[in-house]
Design a protein around this ligand. Structure first.
Ligand code: G3P
Ligand code: MG
Length: 253
């Protein structure tokens, strides 16, 4: 168990996009599947619709994960709600809808799951998206849960969300760890660093951990790589297949 600011990350595995290996990513079904596997934390991606609503989606376009087409940012929530977000993954998930962030929070509350809310802005909507996510979390985050961990590849989004929620724990999200990672974390008030695990050199991990910074890696679906990362000091990994990760703290159900 690791204490990061006011947040305790208990399991070494965080479900990625819910639990994307077993259910359509970024849906309520995916969040439920994570809980059913005994996962205690999930990550998901958040985006703005044309009418300023926040939904769970990874891509800027709809083709890969729904039966719709075109850009998410061009569609209203009402339009997005007509789409099927489950059948592309498996027929049993047909009828699954794109969830709003509000709906996801209700689900987290019911299941007792913590979450890393990744802010995924469309180009040009960085600050707007960060601020909208921050405001919604301020209003609706379930008080009984540990506070959400905010992250974004967009510095502007993370800064905007943090200005609304200054006490929320946040993570610098990068692919490769930049040379100036420490300064960037300081500038954004980040307590943790999230990076691509397959590109992280062991000595970099050691340097980061030596500063007392939380280090978490995505997207790890391989037991051997997970073991290597944990040995180098990585505290948690994001996984589509959490049951493949050794040492995952699973709740018997
Ligand atoms: O937040 C960790 C990870 O989800 C970042 O990459 O592209 O899967 O959102 P991506
Ligand atoms: Mg993500």
């Amino acid at each position: 168990m690791t204490q990061i600011g006011t947040v305790t990350i208990k399991p070494p595995v965080i479900g990625h996009r819910g639990v994307a290996g077993y259910a359509p990513e970024n849906t309520l079904a995916s969040i439920r599947a994570a809980a059913a596997m005994g996962i205690r934390w999930v990550e998901f991606d958040t985006k703005l619709t044309a009418d300023g609503q926040i939904v769970l989606l990874h891509d800027e376009k709809l083709e890969r994960t729904t039966d719709g087409s075109g850009r998410v940012a061009d569609m209203t929530l009402t339009e997005l709600r007509t789409l099927d977000a489950g059948a592309w993954f498996a027929e049993t998930f047909r009828g699954e809808r794109i969830p709003t962030l509000s709906e996801a929070l209700v689900e987290l509350d019911a299941l007792g799951l913590g979450a890393n809310v990744e802010i995924k802005p469309d180009p040009g909507r960085e600050a707007e998206t960060g601020e909208a996510v921050g405001r919604l979390l301020e209003r609706e985050w379930p008080r009984r849960l540990p506070p959400p961990i905010l992250s974004s590849f967009s510095t502007e989004s993370l800064r905007a969300a943090s200005s609304v929620l200054p006490d929320a724990p946040r993570a610098l999200l990068v692919v490769d760890v930049p040379a100036d990672w420490h300064q960037r974390m300081d500038a954004l008030g980040c307590a943790a660093l999230h990076c691509a695990g397959d590109r992280l050199a062991g000595d970099v991990a050691t340097k980061i951990r030596a500063k007392g910074v939380g280090l978490r890696c995505y997207t790890i679906n391989d037991a051997e790589l997970a073991r290597t990362l944990f040995e180098s000091g990585v505290e948690a990994v994001f996984s589509d297949f959490p049951d493949r990760i050794p040492g995952a703290d699973r709740i018997p159900r």
